[in-house]
Design a protein around this ligand. Structure first.
Ligand SMILES: NC(=O)C1=CN([C@@H]2O[C@H](COP(=O)(O)OP(=O)(O)OC[C@H]3O[C@@H](n4cnc5c(N)ncnc54)[C@H](O)[C@@H]3O)[C@@H](O)[C@H]2O)[C@H](O)CC1
Ligand SMILES: [K+]
Length: 479
């Protein structure tokens, strides 16, 4: 089962891996054409929209025309076809002397002969939005009124692929050729559903890529403070860590960040970066008597990052054990991970262990990323937290799905890169679900490290990483 948003991400990851949209459209159209050829039709009508669902149907028309008389009807002018790939398919049909109709409006439907063996429905796919507009609305009615066998591309036109039950007007298909993976609505249809493999490599789903960054670009433009108010609870024996985390949250797009830290660490944060709000806790490490005050501040934050630089004094771990269950959105890092069992089961939590920290909770962490996947998945499932296991390849799981990120380099073993990653998780989880946030954070953190090494060579510092984050969170133009 895949949502249309996840499909768009996977499409772009496939493209970034070199499997271009026109390869996917050719494979999709060929599968659609094969299904339309079943039962040896003599004649067919292909209905193509101006989007890529239509593009698939134009490819299918080419395959079908080798065995049947095909009339291809574009719902609009060919100049309105949106993508290059679909336009090229139209031009191929033109050059091939195919029988083409550009439907100007719904009245022209009456001139068409729908008394054919098969109709290919490539009017709308996962790009459908809102109630059916003309001429699609009339075309759907005409198709549903015909005796032809109807084969729909991806989803029957008119249904929203991400809902359980179709609603409003839609094509009552006999068969649906859906691409790559089932869509939610298919379960409610009484059509034959064929899942067509269109050549998307597994790694387009299993490896975090530029397509995942595209997800971030789609976020609605937030107003100040609407998104990304992050609280960082850290510092103690280590004074630099919470500042790195906090600065990273800003560089990863958070609107506001506040650091709560013991006084020496709070001073270090304030001198590191004036745009960080700090609140000092008396003493030199987090104590249980601080917890009420910190929990109160957490009320105003979208996400609380707990851990960077806290140290592992008994009193501090006790305090962490009292604080975590009171948080409903948290990133748990470093020494705070020892108390991961105390998080509230309904809370949205990202845990960011390295192999050593995870080893406290599981019996053995294998070396290879593929061998690590079941270990991370099981830990995430048992603890009910999204888990990002840092390593040569970062492995991220929400307990049912597991992805890996290949970005990053040996230069990033320098101290502080984990603090930066925790900050990026905090910023993104204020805008995305925890699993997507952790995946994109792992990918961007490593990509920032790669960019710094590319520019400056090895010997990078965590502060270099922080400054490289904005660029690392932007996908390349051509994906
Ligand atoms: N990896 C894959 O799964 C592949 C999928 N392909 C096909 O691409 C479509 C999605 O294409 P897209 O261009 O994003 O959108 P659609 O073609 O589904 O529809 C957009 C098109 O329709 C118009 N429109 C939208 N809503 C309405 C409405 N309510 N009434 C009338 N018209 C509407 C809109 O204006 C656009 O013109 C996917 O389903 C697959 O079939 C790739 O081709 C292969 C890889
Ligand atoms: K369709």
């Amino acid at each position: 089962m895949i949502t249309s948003q996840r499909m768009a991400v996977v499409d772009r990851n496939a493209s970034a891996l070199g499997v271009s949209p026109d390869r996917l459209m050719e494979n999709a159209g060929a599968a659609l054409g094969r299904e339309a050829k079943r039962e040896d039709p003599d004649d067919a009508v292909v209905l193509a929209g101006t989007g890529n669902n239509g593009g698939d149907a134009l490819v299918a028309a080419r395959f079908l025309s080798n065995v049947a008389d095909v009339t291809t009807v574009l719902l609009g002018r060919s100049s309105r076809i949106r993508s290059q790939e679909a336009s090229e398919s139209w031009r191929i049909l033109e050059r091939s002397e195919a029988n083409l109709v550009e439907l100007r409006d719904s009245t022209a439907l009456d001139d068409l002969n729908f008394d054919v063996d098969v109709v290919v429905d490539g009017m709308l796919g996962v790009g459908v939005s809102g109630g059916l507009r003309e001429p699609v609305a009339s075309a759907v009615e005409t198709v549903n009124g015909s005796d032809a066998r109807v084969v729909s591309a991806d989803v029957p036109s008119g249904v929203d692929p991400d809902v359980e039950e179709p609603s409003g007007g839609y094509v009552d298909a006999d068969a649906v050729v859906t691409f790559h993976d089932e869509k939610r609505v298919h379960g409610a249809l009484d059509a034959r559903v064929v899942v067509a493999d269109i050549g998307i490599p597994d790694s387009a789903e299993e490896l975090v890529g530029q397509g995942d960054l595209w997800l971030l670009q789609r976020m609605p433009d937030a107003h100040k403070g609407d998104h990304g108010r992050v609280l960082v609870v850290g510092g103690g024996p280590y004074t630099g860590a919470p500042g790195l985390t906090a600065r990273a949250t800003l560089r990863a797009g958070a609107d506001l960040v506040e650091v709560v830290a013991p006084e020496r660490a709070a001073d270090a944060v304030a001198s590191y970066s004036p745009d960080l709000i700090t609140s000092a806790l008396d003493g030199d490490h987090l104590k249980p008597r601080h917890v009420d005050g910190v929990a109160e501040r957490a009320e105003d934050a979208d996400t609380v990052v707990v851990g960077p630089g806290l140290g592992s004094a008994d009193e501090t771990l006790d305090a962490v054990g009292e604080l975590l269950p009171r948080l409903d959105n948290a990133v748990v890092d470093a020494d705070a991970l020892r108390k991961i069992d105390t998080v509230d089961e309904d809370a949205e939590v990202i845990a960011t262990p390295h192999a050593g920290e995870l080893a406290h909770h599981v019996d053995g962490v294998p070396d290879g990323w593929r061998e690590r996947r079941p270990v991370v998945e099981r830990f995430a499932e048992e603890k009910g937290v999204v888990t990002l296991l840092k390593g040569r390849y970062d492995v991220v799981s929400d307990g049912s799905e597991t992805r890996a990120s290949r970005t990053g380099n040996p230069g990033m073993t320098v101290g502080g890169t984990g603090d930066v990653l925790a900050g990026v998780c905090g910023a993104l989880s204020a805008r995305l679900g925890c699993f997507d946030a952790a995946c994109i954070a792992a990918f961007a953190n490593g990509r920032a490290g790669d960019a710094v090494v590319e520019e400056k060579g090895y010997g990078i510092t965590a502060t270099d990483l922080v400054e490289a984050l904005p660029q690392a969170l932007r996908k390349d133009e051509d994906v």
